[in-house]
Design a protein around this ligand. Structure first.
Ligand code: B12
Length: 444
């Protein structure tokens, strides 16, 4: 038996290179490859960095699907199913919008795949694949190591994705994680993480955890174990880590280059609406940014716009905040109603969704709003996000943010990272904007 794994792209602008900052190693595929019994032959196409060769014979196709890649996934699935090859889908979108995915797949795997995937493969071998798989309990992550040999010689960003834990306890209304993991948090043993990192070729690691600092004692244990590995790393953390000086010192010693913090908004009314209680009051933001700066830790600040209290002033204020503190990166995102989130349900109930399945809507592009915004038009909000991304990644802003020398420039390597990644992000602002979802004209 032979399985072909596929990662779909969001879409493609004719004649243009794919968004470079999105071309990262797909950890889900290495995880599934490791869970595949050795007697099963494996093949892998990554639509973001190469073309899918539909002529390569296969018995089963397994596609990893996010909401933004659903349209492209369905197009790829249609090509295989036309040839009589069964298609399985898994990942965030099939889990949170199962009926949508089932209309385009022979089977779906909902949630984590550690026990469901081997079960499905056994069913396929016995000729009795079911339509839906979902494991009852969260799997233990101990003793599981991804098989990165599946990546072959594909050209990804030179950064390894490593998990130390999955899930998040917070309940932000726009986030898919809460629903996917049902608010639970599952950790890998620190010795497994260390063993995996020691086996990697890359020395730069992005931890995929949704909040790597959620359990402070375990975070300290992990950081202490990372020190001798001499890696550089980045991860998502919640703002509360910045209150702990000793932890910040240990983070720096263990090779932390940059942390991604979901500040989301400087407006307390918006924070309360989105249920981002962990951020407390926006007035602690300056203290947190100063503490990180003092310890030479770069900040990737992410912000979201489109709540009812947002206006152009919110953008100006946010840009000034990010520049004042010399942030390494920022994301000026508009609010996205991902299916399965409380935000989606609320906007649906209020009749504000422009399309119930916006991810399949004809003509919908990356950067377009999917719901009726209050206080300005959808186009105005989309333009503001684009304009402020351009301003943040403009040449003068890049130079100005070097004033945070400790985090962004203190060594030739750090300076190189800061400049090259900012220039790359600057190029990708245009690469992503108005990116069509899927291939234009290809049937679903
Ligand atoms: C690392 C990461 C990225 C990286 C790259 C990831 C990559 N694959 O190349 C970067 C930074 C580029 C990125 C970009 C974006 N990301 Co991102 N990303 C993540 C993050 C933090 C980790 C992903 C990961 O590797 N997890 C570890 C693996 C092992 O877990 P997993 O993918 O869930 O896989 C398990 C199961 O889902 C299942 N499974 C998955 N696929 C399949 C397929 C089959 C067939 C089967 C059987 C099972 C299965 O099995 C696996 C093992 O249990 C997740 C959040 C998260 N916690 O997962 C967000 C996340 C996936 N990203 C998200 C988003 C929105 C984006 C962006 C749109 C952000 C933006 N505005 O630019 C872009 C889109 C880029 C694209 N799709 O090309 C959302 C997706 C939500 C949704 N409903 O679709 C997530 C969930 C974050 C969130 N908080 O909501 N991302």
């Amino acid at each position: 038996m032979k399985v072909t794994f596929i990662v779909p792209a969001v879409g493609r602008k004719p004649g243009q290179r794919y968004v470079r900052t999105w071309q990262m190693e797909p950890l889900a595929i290495a995880t599934l490859a490791a869970l595949t019994p050795p007697q099963i032959e494996r093949c892998f196409f990554d639509d973001r960095v190469e073309s899918v060769d539909y002529d390569v014979a296969t018995d089963l196709v397994a596609i990893s699907v996010e909401t933004y890649t659903a349209r492209r996934a369905y197009q790829i699935a249609a090509r295989y199913r036309k040839r009589g090859v069964p298609v399985v889908m898994g990942g965030f979108h099939p889990t949170l919008a199962p009926q949508d995915a089932l209309a385009h797949a022979d089977a779906i795997v909902m949630g984590e795949a550690e026990t469901s995937w081997p079960e499905l493969l056994a069913d396929v071998a016995a000729g009795k694949m079911k339509r839906q798989y979902q494991q009852e309990q969260r799997p233990s992550l101990a003793g599981h190591f991804p098989d990165r040999s599946i990546y072959g010689d594909k050209t990804y960003q030179p950064i390894a994705l490593v998990e130390t834990a999955r899930g998040c306890r917070f309940t932000c209304d726009f986030c898919s994680i809460t629903r996917f993991y049902k608010r639970s948090h599952q950790q890998r043993p620190v010795e497994d993480v260390v063993q995996e990192i020691a086996s990697l070729d890359q020395r730069y690691v992005f931890f995929t955890d949704d909040n790597i600092g959620v359990n402070k004692a375990r975070f300290r244990e992990l950081l202490t174990a990372l020190v001798p590995l001499k890696i550089s790393w980045s991860a998502q953390v919640s703002i509360d880590v910045a209150r702990d000086e000793e932890l910040l010192q240990l983070m720096r010693r263990s090779g932390c280059v940059c942390v991604l913090i979901g500040f989301e908004s400087l407006n307390p009314a918006v924070l309360s609406r989105m249920d981002k209680s962990v951020n407390g009051q926006a007035e602690i933001y300056d203290d947190a940014a100063r503490a990180l700066r003092k310890h030479g830790i770069g900040v990737y600040g992410t912000f979201v716009f489109g709540y009812d209290h947002d206006d152009q002033g919110s953008f100006e204020q946010t840009l000034a905040f990010a520049q004042r503190h010399g942030f390494f990166f920022t994301a000026f995102n508009h609010l996205v109603p991902f299916p399965g989130t409380p935000l989606y349900d609320r906007l649906h109930k209020e009749g504000r969704l422009l399309h119930a399945k916006w991810w399949l809507a004809e003509g919908y592009r990356f950067g377009d709003l999917a719901f009726r915004v209050k206080g300005m038009s959808e186009e105005q909000l989309a333009d503001l996000c684009y304009t402020f991304r351009q301003r943040f990644y403009g040449p003068l802003s890049i130079l100005r943010r070097l004033a945070n020398w400790r985090a962004n420039g203190r060594s030739p390597r750090r300076l190189f990272l800061y400049l090259s990644l900012n220039i790359l992000s600057r190029n990708d602002v245009d690469g992503r904007q108005q990116l069509p979802l899927g291939l234009v004209g290809e049937p679903l």
